[in-house]
Design a protein around this ligand. Sequence first.
Ligand code: NDP
Length: 449
Amino acid sequence: MTSAIDEKIEPLFQEVLNRNPGETEFHQAVREVLESLGPVLVKYPEFAHHKIIERICEPERQIIFRVPWIDDKGQVQINRGFRVEFNSSLGPYKGGLRFHPSVYLGIIKFLGFEQIFKNALTGLPIGGGKGGSDFDPKGRSDAEIMRFCQSFMTELYRHIGEHTDVPAGDIGVGGREIGYLFGQYKRITNRWEAGVLTGKGLTWGGSLVRTEATGYGAVFFVDEMLKVRKDSFDGKICSVSGSGNVAIYTTEKIHQLGGKVVTLSDSGGYIYDEKGVDLDLVKQLKEIERRRISEYVKYHKDAKYVAGGNIWEIPCQVAMPSATQNEINGADAKLLVDNGCIAVGEGANMPTTPEGVRVFLDAGIAYGPGKAANAGGVATSALEMQQNATRDSWSFEYTEERLKKIMKNIHQSCYETAEEFGTPGNYVIGANCAGFIRVAKAMLAMGVI
Ligand code: NDP
């Protein structure tokens, strides 16, 4: 079940369906934004007159390319690469690269579309884009990863640049991959152009706090939602899904704020550690040894691993989905609410289905959608660009303080915009409208382009 789209906007959504057949995740992301926009068009009729919605739903540029590479057995492998440069009204296209076998155009377009509004919410000068490949890094050697990244960049380099398009990481793309991609860009262009990629290593242009930023930022956002309700993380039992970059640093910040994370997962299953997840062990297993989360229970005999289980069946007060899209459906959301969950902060992009979102909103719990809650990653990427441009390098404390302030501002902007449009406490409407209005005003100012 989904909410209604305003009758003036419905035909525009039908047009998106017709023009982009089979791209179900993209349809879902567009629908979720369009459902919020009815009152915006009443306040700003000029947006309709200038066809802002129609233009915003059509990427400025979509690049699809072949990525051939040779594996360790000497076999030729062929993958498909994507970069969707969605909207550059507010700044150069900015958004991560995802390497995962499920990647196809519809996934990249959903992520790129979300990215436009997320980036607008940060208040920083960045447009929206996203890219990636159907390459599966699991089980690949370092040498294979390097050859793949080099081949990927051999095509991508001609489309990106510090003033044009600045990719970063996402699922399957972390510090190692950014290093190989940057090396190949430097080699082909003969330019040491720090601002072309973010998420770089700390000794060669990276920013402190970028690794932690998405997870920390998501927790700061939830903390702000809890403060509105005169509550905090202190003593809260929390459930986090995934065990990658976002999940690890979400867990770290929750522990620092006095909460207890009792779950983590990967695509094989989840772990439950009633005493609280041992994060040093998780970092060793995942960041250094690149092993599966199931191996956690070899070191903590009283924790349990549930293969293929549903992580959301574990009762918690705060849930932070940090793995992938559509990981919480309507039934999962109901289970969470029935078990006493009072707040949900999305570290992942679009992790809750429309049915799940409806359950959270109807229950009146604090629900922070991904485009607001996980904007800390891209915001800190923009801070990395700022440091690169001024050849400066900020301390951890200073950068984290900037991140915290940005997340507080995003929360405030979503909160106030929700009130302005008559839906207090609804961060979905707040985030969609605040992000959309900022982009739409810039598009209006720049004419029909
Ligand atoms: P990582 O690759 O570091 O980790 C992803 C984690 O999610 C892994 O534990 C992975 O398990 C799990 N996962 C991925 N796909 C699935 C699936 N289909 N089913 C179950 N589990 C799955 O990625 P990130 O932590 O960087 O990204 C996680 C989410 O956060 C994504 O939605 C991403 O778009 C979003 N995000 C990330 C940002 C960043 O800065 N990195 C910024 C904003 C949002 P397995 O190893 O088994 O695949």
